[in-house]
Ligand binder design. Structure first.
Ligand SMILES: C[S@@+](CC[C@H](N)C(=O)[O-])C[C@H]1O[C@@H](n2cnc3c(N)ncnc32)[C@H](O)[C@@H]1O
Length: 193
């Protein structure tokens, strides 16, 4: 499956879905100030940023590669700044962002190249000592999922945790080790909060 097919899915099918994955606002608020510059990478239609706006966070910006997702967000939450991404690079200066939110985005990116692009870009824009809020799906050790991962591992044994959903899209679940490895540049250069 090409990355362009994955992007097409998130634009055409994904943008009709309501996301219900938890956002741990208490944990976020404990680390990030209300006036901080906060960016959500893969913001969907902006439900997390809208929640933060209601909590009093004032400086919020969201980016997503699915134009229909952004159009939906602009209609639902016109007070938010939501932008379509033209590439993996965000139109933001290096080290200009206090906190980045990455909520259930890595799961949409089964290929390492895109995962690394996302993390590299976050690394570039985050201030030293900045916060990354990452929420995603871990490997689920149930019979159903283990069978799905095994099916995909038979095709690509390099990267465990990928599976084909019933909607025909590739998704990835992660081990903690895979997440830590992916974030190692961020962690080992001091962005360890
Ligand atoms: C499951 S939704 C979550 C949306 C939002 N973060 C939330 O928690 O409500 C995943 C979003 O990430 C976007 N996305 C996935 N991969 C992306 C990428 N490589 N670059 C930009 N956006 C991406 C999708 O278009 C989709 O809107």
């Amino acid at each position: 499956m090409q990355q362009s097919e994955i992007q097409k899915f998130w634009n055409e099918v994904g943008s009709t879905k309501d996301f219900t994955d938890p956002f741990f606002a208490d944990k976020f608020s404990a680390l990030v100030k209300k006036e901080s510059f906060i960016v959500e990478y893969g913001c969907g239609y902006g439900r997390v940023l809208n929640h933060l706006a209601h909590l009093g966070f004032q400086n919020l910006k969201g980016f997503d590669f699915a134009p229909k997702m952004i159009e939906r967000g602009q209609k639902m939450f016109p007070h938010l700044q939501l932008e379509i991404m033209k590439s993996a690079a965000l139109p933001l200066a290096p080290e200009s962002v206090d906190a980045v939110i990455l909520s259930t985005v890595l799961c949409c990116n089964p290929y390492r190249e895109e995962q690394c692009q996302i993390v590299r870009e976050i690394h570039r824009i985050l201030k030293s000592g900045g916060i990354i809020y990452l929420c995603d799906f871990l490997i689920t050790p149930s019979e159903k999922y283990l069978a799905r991962y095994a099916q995909q591992a038979a095709i690509n044994s390099d990267d465990y945790g990928i599976y084909l959903t019933t909607e025909g899209i590739l998704v990835k679940h992660y081990t903690i080790k895979q997440i830590v490895t992916l974030l190692s540049d961020l962690i080992f250069s001091g962005w360890s909060n």
